[in-house]
Design a protein around this ligand. Sequence first.
Ligand code: NAD
Length: 541
Amino acid sequence: MGKGFFEVPVAVNEPVKTYAPGTPEREAVLKQYKEFYNQKVDVPLYINGKEIQTGNTRPLSPPHDHQHQVGQYHLADKSHVEEAISTALEAREKWANLEWEQRAAIFLKAADLIAGPYRQKMNAATMMAQSKTIYQAEIDSACELIDFLRFNVQYMSEIYADQPDSDRGMWNRVEYRPLEGFVYAITPFNFTAIAGNLPTSAALMGNVVVWKPSDHQIYSAKVIIDVLKEAGVPDGVINVVYGDPEMITNTVLDSPDFAGIHFTGSTNVFKGIWTKIGERIDRYKTYPRIVGETGGKDFIIAHPDSNSKQVATAITRGAFELQGQKCSAASRIYLPKSKADEILNFVKEDVKSIKMGSPENMENFVTAVIHEGAFDKLAGYIDRAKEDKEAEIIAGGNYDKSKGYFIEPTVILTTDPKYVTMTTELFGPVVTVYVYDDNKWEETLELVDGTSEYALTGAVFANDRYVIAQATKALQNCAGNFYINDKPTGAVVGQQPFGGARASGTNDKAGSAQNLLRWVSPRLIKETFVTPTDYRYPFMG
Ligand code: NAD
């Protein structure tokens, strides 16, 4: 550090704009969306601060309008990935030794750029790339990413301030060294904020990074890259490659300097990467840090004394916002027989009132799912539920991919608590409901706990405090984020650090100091002021 114990600005959550009719932000984002829609962007790789057009391109199209092209991106081959790695390693020494306040300033500036001049671009790009409504874009690509950047700077300063005691005659100091090597960030399609957070959190702590965004988020990843450049991230610190995920990952994992992975995505992909790291363990210079937040099969369980309208609203919002493509989305629901009809009638009314279509039309609550593969998979499960005798579709159930990948919000009622859609992560606007006998509350808690390999989010709805306490205890291992009388989605940085257990990830809580600690390797320095010169101790007298 320079010549002062600098205090970082206190992080506060970025206020969410409403985008209500007549607001200036609504006009601005719609104008930006139209501009993007009518332009064609060319997205190069970013290696050592240079834009690299490989000429091997793929088109970019909005999921809600898949025949319309809004640009293209360039695919890396192995040599580009190798260049990204060597460039990162060359940048490492200078970056790792830069004063922390200089690094902090870059990412605080990035946050302010997103909060200000880039806000509409971030939101419009996220509406375009991931088919998010303006509200879903705002809470993700603007607010959550701003929060990640500001809170992480605060957490970094708190980590650095965490120092050991010193006895008389000595001074003990801990320095939080970045990892020796480079960090590999792999990001999912569904949150622009996660795409921004995984590479920047490691970089903030002094690491150099190779970042591979999802092919289905590249349009908004480009805006993140523009922001980071303008904020002053030096060349080589964050290098971005797109293309064949297996080739890129194998090339990265083959490097002896691979020092850690910051992954968010599906469980099977993460398990595959972990296996590959294990197979290569002898070649690494340091034990790689493995951080992965993965899938979920998130539950809502309502007690007979819960409020039906509250439960119904939590189901509608929790299961259908962002087309159910949140890792935290409610997808298996347990309702008591005495209340099920009332709750489900509210949900059916909600579903009937939901409008679906392009995010450009702000009346729409549901837009398109991310790509054709997701659409076909979801349509397959819906068709199967139409056939299976233990399942019945009680709301929605239609789909259409002629213009965009639209799946109607769908409610499946099942008599089998282990029915395929009660156990499999579908990642779409399809929720499955199981109705339990009111006198089987305790057995149902056990069922909730034992049904899924995942343990990401879950919610209990009840009034009785003893019941709430009982559920909190009984369900302690099946959700890393547990909600009482609230939907299981919508975690806010600094308030609900996010992550699950079991097959849902390593639970390193994105948006917390705990996560940042994974990207440093502390060094203890003990300095003795009057160094002994005689080996004999007094007791030897
Ligand atoms: P995905 O697993 O398909 O892709 C995630 C990333 O991994 C992408 O960049 C993709 O290109 C890459 N990838 C795909 N195959 C790979 C391979 N063989 N080797 C290396 N990399 C590979 O996931 P997605 O569809 O982008 O995102 C949805 C998934 O992410 C869901 O399972 C969801 O639950 C999970 N998710 C979890 C959290 C969380 O915090 N737990 C948050 C968001 C999303």
